[in-house]
Write a protein that binds this ligand. Structure first.
Ligand code: HEM
Length: 378
């Protein structure tokens, strides 16, 4: 069988070895739930282990659940998954609406929609869930952006290191304060204190979990809201349809996730055994990325995939991943995007871009698809 190069390609990356990019939907989906692919770089060759170790040290982050395979992954995920069930998330919807309404009350004329809404909504919700004070949010934004740059191999490593050290130090101080004040741990209902109370995670696991939750809980949702608004503004027929039929909102959010979602490429996996994909044999010890953005526009899976169609049904995309690492915050991200985008388009009938679309700037990041800013006129 010959290799289907539209679905799988390999490239040689200096210092890493062979990396495989899988862009077919069915193939990508199957690989994301294949136990022969591991997220634990310790199961890979020396060069990869060293690289992952250096990256992690550079970001001051320990191993977290995204870096682990079952059964350790199952244990770690078990500590947080109940906080993000669809029912728990629905209870947060009125609060998300309240925050969105207050943010949009202050909007008039030209604004950067990321500053005005796409960033503060998910950040406020995540801080409230974790019990972190409001005044620390500006620091989290800077440190989070510096850490997200760590996904770009050409990024300024000093900045990445700065964000990592600062966020780690923040959580170290918080945990020390909680230890010194048992009453606060017993009294408060937030997730940080619940994790401390449960006592199932050791100190390093706790720090890594909190860093992961704070970062994963806002960066990607910021992108979903901002990329989503941009996609609607550049497809005015779909924006008009959403205004005319607001009941399409949940479907519209799924389509925005598929069409131009926050994640371009999955995090890397390592083959622990030989795997056949679309005519290619991937040997054990190679690195594999599923190109989520391409898989979500695979014409053999989605009809007319380039078209934004908010009435699309049968739309199970890979925007939140698949398999054991399927995004634990998917329900939360969906709810926040529904509230933010639904309210914005209902309240601002003249909403439009303040600059030509080709003047918008995108962050340099191989994994995340993030706008630098989204200037709009209300
Ligand atoms: C995992 C996407 C929002 C927390 C993932 C993965 C994807 C993803 C694709 C799997 C990565 C892989 O397997 O390579 C997104 C997108 C979001 C979003 C597109 C917003 C639109 C959130 C939120 C939270 C969150 C709000 C807050 C709790 C996590 C965590 C994991 C994860 C903790 C690791 C899960 C595991 O390893 O079991 N996310 N995410 N994400 N996400 Fe999200």
């Amino acid at each position: 069988m010959s290799i289907n190069e539209q679905v799988v390609q390999s490239l040689e990356v200096p210092g890493i070895g062979t990396t495989w990019l899988v862009s077919g939907f069915e193939e990508g989906r199957a690989l994301l739930s294949d136990p022969r692919l591991s997220r634990d770089e310790r199961k890979g060759p020396e060069a990869l282990r060293e690289l992952a170790w250096k990256n992690r040290a550079g970001m001051s982050m320990g191993r977290h659940l995204l870096d682990e395979d079952p059964p350790n992954h199952t244990r770690l995920r078990g500590q947080i998954k109940k906080a993000f069930t669809p029912r728990r998330v629905e209870n947060l919807r009125p609060r998300a609406q309240e925050i969105t309404d207050a943010l949009l009350d202050t909007v008039s004329g030209e604004v950067d929609l990321i500053d005005a809404l796409a960033f503060p909504l998910p950040m406020t919700i995540m801080c409230e869930l974790l019990g972190l004070p409001e005044e620390d949010r500006a620091d989290f934004r800077v440190w989070g952006a510096e850490l997200a740059m760590g996904m770009d191999p050409t990024a300024d490593r000093d900045k990445v290191a700065h964000g990592g050290k600062a966020l780690r130090a923040y959580f170290e101080t918080l945990l020390a304060e909680l230890k010194a004040d048992d009453r606060s741990v017993e009294d408060q209902p937030d997730l940080t204190r619940a994790l401390v109370r449960a006592g199932e995670l050791d100190h390093e696991e706790l720090i890594s979990m909190l860093m992961l939750l704070l970062l994963a809980g806002h960066t990607t949702t910021v992108n979903l809201i901002s990329n989503g608004v941009l996609a609607l503004l550049t497809n005015p027929d779909q924006l008009a349809l959403l205004r005319a039929r607001p009941e399409l909102l949940p479907q519209a959010i799924e389509e925005l996730l598929r069409h131009d979602g926050p994640l371009q490429v999955s995090l890397p996996r390592i083959t622990v055994d030989e795997v056949e994909v679309a005519g290619a044999t991937i040997p054990a010890g190679d690195m594999v990325h599923v190109v989520v953005a391409a898989a979500n526009r695979d014409a053999s899976r989605f009809l007319d995939p380039e078209r934004l169609d908010i009435t699309r049904t049968d739309n199970q995309h890979l925007g939140f991943g698949h398999g054991v690492h399927f995004c634990v915050g998917a329900a939360l991200a969906r709810m926040e995007a529904q509230v933010a985008i639904g309210t914005l388009v209902a309240r601002f009938p003249d909403l439009r871009l303040a600059v030509p679309v080709d003047e918008l700037q995108w962050e340099v990041n191989p994994i995340l698809r993030s706008l630098v800013s989204l200037p709009v006129l209300t």
